[in-house]
Design a protein around this ligand. Structure first.
Ligand SMILES: Cc1cc2nc3c(=O)[nH]c(=O)nc-3n(C[C@H](O)[C@H](O)[C@H](O)COP(=O)(O)OP(=O)(O)OC[C@H]3O[C@@H](n4cnc5c(N)ncnc54)[C@H](O)[C@@H]3O)c2cc1C
Length: 418
Protein backbone atom coordinates (compact mmCIF):
# COMPACT_ATOMS: atom_id res chain seq x y z
CA UNK A 1 0.00 0.00 0.00
CA UNK A 2 1.45 3.35 -0.99
CA UNK A 3 0.63 6.44 1.00
CA UNK A 4 2.20 9.86 1.32
CA UNK A 5 2.71 10.55 -2.40
CA UNK A 6 5.50 13.06 -2.99
CA UNK A 7 6.83 14.48 -6.25
CA UNK A 8 10.33 15.79 -6.75
CA UNK A 9 12.61 16.94 -9.54
CA UNK A 10 15.30 14.56 -8.32
CA UNK A 11 15.23 11.50 -6.05
CA UNK A 12 18.55 10.29 -4.64
CA UNK A 13 18.76 6.71 -3.38
CA UNK A 14 21.31 6.49 -0.55
CA UNK A 15 22.35 9.08 2.05
CA UNK A 16 26.12 8.53 1.96
CA UNK A 17 28.60 11.23 0.99
CA UNK A 18 28.04 10.82 -2.77
CA UNK A 19 24.23 10.85 -2.63
CA UNK A 20 23.97 13.68 -0.12
CA UNK A 21 26.42 15.88 -2.00
CA UNK A 22 24.49 15.33 -5.24
CA UNK A 23 21.23 16.13 -3.45
CA UNK A 24 22.67 19.26 -1.87
CA UNK A 25 23.99 20.59 -5.16
CA UNK A 26 20.66 19.88 -6.90
CA UNK A 27 18.90 21.80 -4.11
CA UNK A 28 21.39 24.68 -4.41
CA UNK A 29 20.47 24.82 -8.10
CA UNK A 30 16.84 25.31 -7.09
CA UNK A 31 15.49 21.79 -7.67
CA UNK A 32 13.13 19.92 -5.36
CA UNK A 33 15.00 16.90 -4.01
CA UNK A 34 14.15 13.86 -1.90
CA UNK A 35 16.90 11.60 -0.52
CA UNK A 36 15.72 8.11 0.45
CA UNK A 37 17.98 6.15 2.82
CA UNK A 38 17.53 2.55 3.89
CA UNK A 39 19.08 3.07 7.35
CA UNK A 40 20.51 6.24 8.94
CA UNK A 41 22.42 8.77 6.84
CA UNK A 42 26.13 7.92 6.79
CA UNK A 43 25.64 4.60 8.57
CA UNK A 44 27.43 2.52 5.89
CA UNK A 45 30.72 3.41 4.14
CA UNK A 46 30.70 7.19 4.60
CA UNK A 47 30.48 7.26 8.39
CA UNK A 48 33.36 4.77 8.65
CA UNK A 49 35.84 6.41 6.27
CA UNK A 50 39.30 7.51 7.35
CA UNK A 51 38.26 11.04 6.40
CA UNK A 52 41.42 11.71 4.35
CA UNK A 53 41.53 14.10 1.39
CA UNK A 54 44.44 13.73 -1.07
CA UNK A 55 45.53 16.25 -3.71
CA UNK A 56 47.91 13.85 -5.49
CA UNK A 57 45.86 11.73 -7.89
CA UNK A 58 46.60 9.50 -10.86
CA UNK A 59 45.06 11.68 -13.57
CA UNK A 60 44.14 15.28 -14.26
CA UNK A 61 40.37 14.89 -13.82
CA UNK A 62 40.71 13.17 -10.45
CA UNK A 63 43.23 15.81 -9.38
CA UNK A 64 40.72 18.53 -10.25
CA UNK A 65 37.88 16.73 -8.43
CA UNK A 66 40.06 16.04 -5.37
CA UNK A 67 41.50 19.56 -5.11
CA UNK A 68 38.11 21.18 -5.72
CA UNK A 69 36.71 18.99 -2.96
CA UNK A 70 39.43 20.03 -0.52
CA UNK A 71 38.55 23.65 -1.19
CA UNK A 72 34.85 22.97 -0.79
CA UNK A 73 35.33 21.04 2.45
CA UNK A 74 37.49 23.81 3.90
CA UNK A 75 34.94 26.48 2.93
CA UNK A 76 31.81 24.38 3.55
CA UNK A 77 30.03 27.06 5.61
CA UNK A 78 30.52 29.67 2.87
CA UNK A 79 28.71 27.79 0.12
CA UNK A 80 26.56 25.27 2.03
CA UNK A 81 25.60 27.46 4.98
CA UNK A 82 26.53 24.88 7.63
CA UNK A 83 29.81 24.67 9.62
CA UNK A 84 32.27 21.83 9.07
CA UNK A 85 35.50 21.33 10.96
CA UNK A 86 38.45 20.33 8.78
CA UNK A 87 42.00 19.59 9.99
CA UNK A 88 44.34 21.42 7.60
CA UNK A 89 47.19 19.06 8.41
CA UNK A 90 48.98 18.61 5.09
CA UNK A 91 50.44 15.20 4.30
CA UNK A 92 53.71 13.44 3.62
CA UNK A 93 54.00 10.81 0.89
CA UNK A 94 56.93 8.53 1.72
CA UNK A 95 58.78 5.92 -0.36
CA UNK A 96 61.39 3.51 1.04
CA UNK A 97 62.22 1.53 -2.12
CA UNK A 98 63.88 2.64 -5.37
CA UNK A 99 60.85 1.66 -7.38
CA UNK A 100 58.55 3.73 -5.18
CA UNK A 101 60.95 6.70 -5.10
CA UNK A 102 60.69 6.83 -8.89
CA UNK A 103 56.95 6.47 -8.64
CA UNK A 104 56.68 9.45 -6.27
CA UNK A 105 58.94 11.55 -8.50
CA UNK A 106 56.56 10.88 -11.39
CA UNK A 107 53.54 11.62 -9.20
CA UNK A 108 55.07 14.94 -8.15
CA UNK A 109 55.90 15.99 -11.70
CA UNK A 110 52.44 15.28 -13.04
CA UNK A 111 50.57 16.63 -10.00
CA UNK A 112 52.46 19.91 -10.20
CA UNK A 113 51.59 20.08 -13.90
CA UNK A 114 47.93 19.63 -12.94
CA UNK A 115 48.11 22.48 -10.42
CA UNK A 116 48.69 20.73 -7.09
CA UNK A 117 51.12 22.12 -4.52
CA UNK A 118 53.53 19.22 -3.99
CA UNK A 119 57.14 19.67 -2.86
CA UNK A 120 60.05 17.38 -2.20
CA UNK A 121 60.70 17.23 1.56
CA UNK A 122 64.16 16.76 3.08
CA UNK A 123 64.97 14.53 6.03
CA UNK A 124 64.87 17.42 8.52
CA UNK A 125 61.42 18.47 7.37
CA UNK A 126 60.15 14.93 7.77
CA UNK A 127 61.77 14.54 11.19
CA UNK A 128 60.45 17.89 12.44
CA UNK A 129 57.09 17.58 10.75
CA UNK A 130 55.73 14.30 12.18
CA UNK A 131 56.09 13.22 15.77
CA UNK A 132 54.96 9.62 15.20
CA UNK A 133 57.31 8.83 12.26
CA UNK A 134 61.00 8.03 12.95
CA UNK A 135 62.77 8.34 9.61
CA UNK A 136 65.20 5.54 8.82
CA UNK A 137 67.25 7.87 6.60
CA UNK A 138 66.66 6.29 3.20
CA UNK A 139 63.23 7.79 2.61
CA UNK A 140 62.18 9.89 -0.31
CA UNK A 141 59.34 12.17 0.85
CA UNK A 142 56.90 14.62 -0.69
CA UNK A 143 55.10 17.32 1.27
CA UNK A 144 51.51 18.02 0.16
CA UNK A 145 50.39 21.11 2.06
CA UNK A 146 46.89 21.13 0.53
CA UNK A 147 45.82 17.82 2.10
CA UNK A 148 43.29 17.78 4.94
CA UNK A 149 41.24 15.35 6.97
CA UNK A 150 37.90 15.32 8.73
CA UNK A 151 38.46 13.87 12.21
CA UNK A 152 35.05 12.18 12.49
CA UNK A 153 33.72 11.30 9.03
CA UNK A 154 30.12 11.36 10.25
CA UNK A 155 30.52 15.13 10.73
CA UNK A 156 30.70 15.62 6.94
CA UNK A 157 27.59 13.46 6.53
CA UNK A 158 25.74 15.50 9.18
CA UNK A 159 26.85 18.73 7.56
CA UNK A 160 25.49 17.49 4.21
CA UNK A 161 22.17 16.48 5.82
CA UNK A 162 21.82 19.83 7.60
CA UNK A 163 22.73 21.73 4.45
CA UNK A 164 20.27 19.65 2.38
CA UNK A 165 17.49 20.53 4.82
CA UNK A 166 18.56 24.18 4.96
CA UNK A 167 18.18 24.36 1.19
CA UNK A 168 14.82 22.57 1.09
CA UNK A 169 15.80 18.97 0.29
CA UNK A 170 13.93 16.23 2.18
CA UNK A 171 16.01 13.40 3.71
CA UNK A 172 13.97 10.26 4.51
CA UNK A 173 15.76 7.73 6.74
CA UNK A 174 14.99 4.11 7.60
CA UNK A 175 13.05 3.81 4.35
CA UNK A 176 14.55 1.39 1.80
CA UNK A 177 13.78 1.90 -1.87
CA UNK A 178 12.10 -1.31 -3.00
CA UNK A 179 11.30 -0.39 -6.60
CA UNK A 180 12.20 2.00 -9.40
CA UNK A 181 9.19 2.75 -11.58
CA UNK A 182 9.65 2.88 -15.32
CA UNK A 183 7.11 4.38 -17.72
CA UNK A 184 7.50 4.48 -21.49
CA UNK A 185 11.09 3.22 -21.26
CA UNK A 186 12.25 5.90 -18.84
CA UNK A 187 12.49 6.27 -15.09
CA UNK A 188 9.37 7.73 -13.45
CA UNK A 189 10.23 7.57 -9.72
CA UNK A 190 10.82 5.24 -6.80
CA UNK A 191 8.73 3.07 -4.51
CA UNK A 192 9.17 2.44 -0.80
CA UNK A 193 6.88 0.57 1.58
CA UNK A 194 5.54 3.94 2.75
CA UNK A 195 5.14 5.90 -0.48
CA UNK A 196 5.63 6.42 -4.19
CA UNK A 197 7.78 9.34 -5.23
CA UNK A 198 7.38 10.53 -8.80
CA UNK A 199 10.51 12.10 -10.29
CA UNK A 200 12.01 12.47 -13.78
CA UNK A 201 15.53 11.93 -12.42
CA UNK A 202 16.61 9.19 -10.00
CA UNK A 203 20.20 8.92 -8.75
CA UNK A 204 21.50 5.52 -7.65
CA UNK A 205 24.01 6.38 -4.92
CA UNK A 206 23.51 3.20 -2.92
CA UNK A 207 27.21 2.50 -2.23
CA UNK A 208 27.87 -1.23 -1.84
CA UNK A 209 24.25 -1.84 -2.90
CA UNK A 210 24.47 0.22 -6.09
CA UNK A 211 24.18 -2.84 -8.34
CA UNK A 212 21.09 -4.30 -6.75
CA UNK A 213 19.41 -0.89 -6.75
CA UNK A 214 20.20 -0.51 -10.49
CA UNK A 215 18.79 -3.97 -11.06
CA UNK A 216 15.43 -2.65 -9.78
CA UNK A 217 15.39 -0.73 -13.08
CA UNK A 218 16.80 -3.71 -15.02
CA UNK A 219 20.27 -2.24 -15.60
CA UNK A 220 23.86 -3.07 -14.56
CA UNK A 221 26.42 -0.82 -12.90
CA UNK A 222 30.07 -1.84 -13.42
CA UNK A 223 31.44 -1.93 -9.87
CA UNK A 224 32.67 -4.61 -7.49
CA UNK A 225 32.42 -4.01 -3.72
CA UNK A 226 35.63 -4.86 -1.84
CA UNK A 227 36.31 -4.78 1.91
CA UNK A 228 38.57 -2.11 3.40
CA UNK A 229 39.55 -1.78 7.07
CA UNK A 230 41.40 0.50 9.46
CA UNK A 231 42.23 0.72 13.15
CA UNK A 232 42.65 3.53 15.65
CA UNK A 233 45.09 2.94 18.50
CA UNK A 234 44.55 3.83 22.13
CA UNK A 235 45.52 7.45 22.88
CA UNK A 236 49.28 7.91 23.21
CA UNK A 237 51.66 10.78 23.93
CA UNK A 238 53.64 9.79 20.82
CA UNK A 239 51.00 11.29 18.50
CA UNK A 240 50.26 15.02 18.42
CA UNK A 241 46.84 16.29 17.42
CA UNK A 242 48.57 18.68 14.98
CA UNK A 243 50.51 15.89 13.22
CA UNK A 244 50.02 15.55 9.46
CA UNK A 245 48.77 12.58 7.46
CA UNK A 246 51.49 10.13 6.35
CA UNK A 247 51.16 7.70 3.47
CA UNK A 248 53.98 5.13 3.13
CA UNK A 249 53.42 4.13 -0.46
CA UNK A 250 55.68 1.05 -0.65
CA UNK A 251 53.73 -0.44 2.29
CA UNK A 252 50.36 0.89 0.98
CA UNK A 253 49.70 2.23 4.49
CA UNK A 254 48.12 5.51 5.60
CA UNK A 255 48.37 7.10 9.05
CA UNK A 256 46.91 10.12 10.79
CA UNK A 257 46.19 11.37 14.29
CA UNK A 258 42.78 10.23 15.58
CA UNK A 259 41.14 10.60 18.98
CA UNK A 260 44.50 11.07 20.69
CA UNK A 261 45.89 7.91 19.07
CA UNK A 262 46.97 6.92 15.56
CA UNK A 263 44.75 5.79 12.70
CA UNK A 264 46.36 3.01 10.64
CA UNK A 265 44.82 1.77 7.42
CA UNK A 266 46.16 -0.01 4.41
CA UNK A 267 45.69 -1.95 1.23
CA UNK A 268 46.36 -5.67 1.36
CA UNK A 269 47.57 -7.63 -1.67
CA UNK A 270 44.74 -10.18 -1.47
CA UNK A 271 41.59 -8.15 -0.75
CA UNK A 272 38.17 -9.64 -0.03
CA UNK A 273 35.38 -9.07 -2.55
CA UNK A 274 31.92 -8.89 -0.98
CA UNK A 275 28.79 -8.99 -3.13
CA UNK A 276 25.78 -7.83 -1.08
CA UNK A 277 23.52 -9.33 -3.76
CA UNK A 278 24.67 -12.78 -2.65
CA UNK A 279 24.14 -12.01 1.05
CA UNK A 280 20.89 -12.21 3.03
CA UNK A 281 18.59 -9.21 2.47
CA UNK A 282 19.40 -8.03 6.01
CA UNK A 283 23.14 -7.66 5.18
CA UNK A 284 24.71 -4.38 6.33
CA UNK A 285 28.25 -3.06 6.72
CA UNK A 286 28.25 -4.46 10.26
CA UNK A 287 28.24 -7.93 8.67
CA UNK A 288 31.42 -7.33 6.63
CA UNK A 289 33.79 -9.77 8.36
CA UNK A 290 36.59 -8.02 10.30
CA UNK A 291 40.15 -9.35 10.06
CA UNK A 292 42.28 -7.98 12.88
CA UNK A 293 45.25 -10.17 11.85
CA UNK A 294 45.32 -8.63 8.42
CA UNK A 295 45.29 -5.11 9.86
CA UNK A 296 48.06 -6.06 12.27
CA UNK A 297 50.14 -7.26 9.28
CA UNK A 298 49.48 -3.93 7.53
CA UNK A 299 50.62 -2.01 10.64
CA UNK A 300 53.71 -4.20 10.99
CA UNK A 301 54.93 -3.06 7.56
CA UNK A 302 55.71 0.35 9.04
CA UNK A 303 56.37 -0.63 12.67
CA UNK A 304 60.09 0.15 12.33
CA UNK A 305 59.45 3.82 11.50
CA UNK A 306 56.12 4.12 13.31
CA UNK A 307 56.48 2.29 16.63
CA UNK A 308 52.99 3.42 17.69
CA UNK A 309 51.49 1.46 14.78
CA UNK A 310 53.29 -1.69 15.82
CA UNK A 311 52.90 -1.57 19.58
CA UNK A 312 49.97 0.53 20.80
CA UNK A 313 46.82 -1.55 21.35
CA UNK A 314 43.90 -0.78 19.07
CA UNK A 315 40.94 1.06 20.57
CA UNK A 316 38.77 0.75 17.45
CA UNK A 317 38.73 -1.48 14.41
CA UNK A 318 36.37 -0.57 11.58
CA UNK A 319 35.71 -1.55 8.02
CA UNK A 320 33.29 -1.32 5.16
CA UNK A 321 32.98 -1.58 1.40
CA UNK A 322 34.72 0.28 -1.41
CA UNK A 323 32.99 0.18 -4.79
CA UNK A 324 35.87 -0.65 -7.17
CA UNK A 325 35.65 -0.15 -10.93
CA UNK A 326 37.71 -1.89 -13.63
CA UNK A 327 39.82 1.22 -14.37
CA UNK A 328 40.00 2.58 -10.82
CA UNK A 329 37.95 5.66 -11.72
CA UNK A 330 34.59 6.89 -10.43
CA UNK A 331 31.39 5.68 -12.10
CA UNK A 332 29.28 8.81 -12.42
CA UNK A 333 26.69 9.92 -14.96
CA UNK A 334 23.58 8.86 -16.85
CA UNK A 335 22.62 5.25 -17.58
CA UNK A 336 22.12 5.51 -21.32
CA UNK A 337 19.82 2.51 -21.65
CA UNK A 338 17.48 3.86 -18.95
CA UNK A 339 16.84 7.59 -19.43
CA UNK A 340 16.33 9.40 -16.13
CA UNK A 341 18.55 7.02 -14.15
CA UNK A 342 21.90 8.39 -12.92
CA UNK A 343 24.72 6.77 -10.98
CA UNK A 344 27.12 8.17 -8.36
CA UNK A 345 29.46 5.31 -7.45
CA UNK A 346 32.76 3.59 -8.25
CA UNK A 347 34.39 5.32 -5.30
CA UNK A 348 37.62 3.27 -5.50
CA UNK A 349 38.37 4.39 -1.98
CA UNK A 350 38.01 8.14 -2.61
CA UNK A 351 34.27 8.74 -2.60
CA UNK A 352 34.22 10.51 0.73
CA UNK A 353 36.93 13.01 -0.16
CA UNK A 354 35.82 13.69 -3.73
CA UNK A 355 32.13 13.87 -2.88
CA UNK A 356 31.91 17.69 -2.81
CA UNK A 357 33.09 18.05 -6.43
CA UNK A 358 31.40 14.91 -7.74
CA UNK A 359 28.05 15.98 -6.31
CA UNK A 360 28.45 19.40 -7.87
CA UNK A 361 29.40 17.99 -11.28
CA UNK A 362 26.63 15.38 -11.29
CA UNK A 363 23.98 17.89 -10.20
CA UNK A 364 25.01 20.21 -13.03
CA UNK A 365 24.90 17.31 -15.50
CA UNK A 366 21.42 16.19 -14.36
CA UNK A 367 19.98 19.68 -14.52
CA UNK A 368 21.59 20.95 -17.73
CA UNK A 369 21.77 17.63 -19.56
CA UNK A 370 25.33 18.55 -20.53
CA UNK A 371 28.34 16.69 -19.11
CA UNK A 372 30.68 19.05 -17.22
CA UNK A 373 34.22 19.18 -18.65
CA UNK A 374 35.94 15.79 -18.55
CA UNK A 375 33.11 14.01 -16.74
CA UNK A 376 32.05 11.87 -19.71
CA UNK A 377 35.10 9.68 -19.09
CA UNK A 378 33.40 8.55 -15.87
CA UNK A 379 30.16 7.45 -17.58
CA UNK A 380 28.72 4.16 -16.32
CA UNK A 381 28.53 2.81 -19.90
CA UNK A 382 32.24 3.21 -20.67
CA UNK A 383 33.15 -0.44 -20.15
CA UNK A 384 30.59 -1.92 -22.53
CA UNK A 385 29.70 -5.50 -21.68
CA UNK A 386 31.76 -6.43 -18.65
CA UNK A 387 31.07 -9.83 -17.11
CA UNK A 388 30.83 -10.11 -13.34
CA UNK A 389 33.90 -12.32 -12.85
CA UNK A 390 36.12 -9.89 -14.77
CA UNK A 391 34.61 -6.96 -12.88
CA UNK A 392 35.67 -8.56 -9.61
CA UNK A 393 39.14 -9.49 -10.91
CA UNK A 394 39.76 -5.96 -12.16
CA UNK A 395 38.32 -4.36 -9.01
CA UNK A 396 40.59 -6.47 -6.82
CA UNK A 397 43.58 -5.56 -8.98
CA UNK A 398 42.82 -1.85 -8.62
CA UNK A 399 42.50 -2.23 -4.85
CA UNK A 400 45.71 -4.23 -4.46
CA UNK A 401 47.66 -1.67 -6.53
CA UNK A 402 46.24 1.44 -4.87
CA UNK A 403 49.63 3.13 -4.33
CA UNK A 404 51.54 0.86 -6.66
CA UNK A 405 53.78 1.81 -9.60
CA UNK A 406 53.04 -1.44 -11.49
CA UNK A 407 51.47 -0.66 -14.89
CA UNK A 408 47.91 -1.85 -15.39
CA UNK A 409 47.46 -5.01 -17.43
CA UNK A 410 45.62 -4.50 -20.72
CA UNK A 411 41.86 -4.41 -20.24
CA UNK A 412 40.19 -7.50 -21.54
CA UNK A 413 36.50 -7.09 -22.35
CA UNK A 414 34.49 -10.20 -23.03
CA UNK A 415 30.85 -10.39 -24.07
CA UNK A 416 28.47 -10.46 -21.10
CA UNK A 417 27.08 -13.85 -20.22
CA UNK A 418 23.35 -14.26 -20.56
C1 LIG B 1 37.45 1.87 6.38
C2 LIG B 1 37.24 2.83 5.23
C3 LIG B 1 38.07 3.95 5.11
C4 LIG B 1 37.88 4.85 4.06
N1 LIG B 1 38.63 5.98 4.00
C5 LIG B 1 38.40 6.91 3.05
C6 LIG B 1 39.12 8.14 3.01
O1 LIG B 1 39.97 8.41 3.85
N2 LIG B 1 38.84 9.01 2.01
C7 LIG B 1 37.91 8.76 1.06
O2 LIG B 1 37.70 9.58 0.19
N3 LIG B 1 37.19 7.62 1.09
C8 LIG B 1 37.41 6.69 2.05
N4 LIG B 1 36.70 5.53 2.07
C9 LIG B 1 35.73 5.31 1.00
C10 LIG B 1 34.48 6.07 1.31
O3 LIG B 1 33.96 5.67 2.55
C11 LIG B 1 33.48 5.82 0.21
O4 LIG B 1 34.07 6.14 -1.03
C12 LIG B 1 32.24 6.72 0.36
O5 LIG B 1 31.77 6.68 1.68
C13 LIG B 1 31.19 6.22 -0.61
O6 LIG B 1 30.01 6.95 -0.37
P1 LIG B 1 28.65 6.41 -0.93
O7 LIG B 1 27.67 7.51 -0.73
O8 LIG B 1 28.83 5.86 -2.29
O9 LIG B 1 28.33 5.11 -0.04
P2 LIG B 1 27.65 4.90 1.39
O10 LIG B 1 28.17 5.83 2.40
O11 LIG B 1 27.73 3.44 1.71
O12 LIG B 1 26.14 5.30 1.15
C14 LIG B 1 25.26 4.52 0.39
C15 LIG B 1 23.95 4.49 1.12
O13 LIG B 1 22.96 3.86 0.30
C16 LIG B 1 22.05 3.24 1.18
N5 LIG B 1 21.22 2.27 0.47
C17 LIG B 1 21.59 1.06 0.00
N6 LIG B 1 20.53 0.43 -0.57
C18 LIG B 1 19.48 1.29 -0.44
C19 LIG B 1 18.10 1.20 -0.80
N7 LIG B 1 17.59 0.12 -1.41
N8 LIG B 1 17.30 2.24 -0.50
C20 LIG B 1 17.80 3.34 0.12
N9 LIG B 1 19.08 3.47 0.48
C21 LIG B 1 19.92 2.45 0.20
C22 LIG B 1 22.95 2.62 2.22
O14 LIG B 1 22.23 2.32 3.39
C23 LIG B 1 24.00 3.69 2.41
O15 LIG B 1 23.74 4.54 3.51
C24 LIG B 1 36.86 4.62 3.11
C25 LIG B 1 36.03 3.49 3.24
C26 LIG B 1 36.22 2.60 4.27
C27 LIG B 1 35.32 1.41 4.38
Amino acid sequence: MHTGLVDADVVVIGAGALGLSTALHCALLGRSVVVVERFRAGSQASGRAAGLFKSVQADELRTRLARGSIEKAASFADWAGVPLEVARSGSFLIARTDQHREYLRREMAQSVRWGADVREADAAQLADGVSYYRAGGGEFALWCPEDVFVEEPISLVRAYVDACQLHGAVVLENEPVAGISVTGGRVAGVETAERSIAAPAVVDAAGGWVRQVAELAGVRVPVAPVRHQLLITEPTADVQVSDPIVRVVDAAVYLRPARGGLMVGGFEADPLPVDPRKQPASFTTDDVPPDAGLLRAVADKVAGEVPVAGSTPPAEHRGGLFTMSPDGRFVVGPVVEMPGLWVASGCNGSGFSSSPSIGEALAGWIISGVAPAGMKMLSPGRFGAFPDDLLVTRGLWQYAHYYDPVPEPAQEVRPARG
